[in-house]
Design a protein. Structure first.
Length: 122
């Protein structure tokens, strides 16, 4: 009996080629690096809050970065599970919308940054 967790992933199908499993894991790690970068960006905005006006801009930007980081990490993990199950079942790989969500988050934060620059530059 397989004792690896989560069982809803490893308890299904047959063991796939290790190269595919490891590639899926590397993709998850890339998602987690992106999530961490978003969280760090939020921390940086909060740390530099004295330099940023108006105050609402700090709250919106940091909030978007923190929320984006949490959503990115969650989507990455869910996609890892879906792909691993598909590999184990020998099914076609599932499509994901995670990249669109991350793209929208980054574009939103960039737009807020542009608004901040317009507000700061006389």
């Amino acid at each position: 009996m397989d004792t690896r967790r989560p069982r809803r992933v490893f308890g299904e199908g047959q063991e796939p080629d290790p190269r595919f499993t490891l590639a899926n894991e590397r993709t998850l790690l890339a998602w987690l690096r992106t999530a961490l970068a978003l969280v760090v960006a939020g921390v940086a905005v909060v740390a530099l809050s004295e330099l940023i006006t108006p105050e609402w801009l700090v709250e919106v930007t940091a909030g978007a970065a923190f929320l984006g980081g949490a959503v990115t990490a969650s989507l990455g993990y869910l996609q890892w599970q879906r792909v691993e199950r598909a590999l184990r079942r020998r099914e076609p790989l599932p499509a994901g919308i995670g990249a669109v969500v991350v793209l929208a988050t980054i574009l939103g934060i960039a737009l807020i940054g542009a608004i901040a620059l317009i507000d700061v530059i006389p």
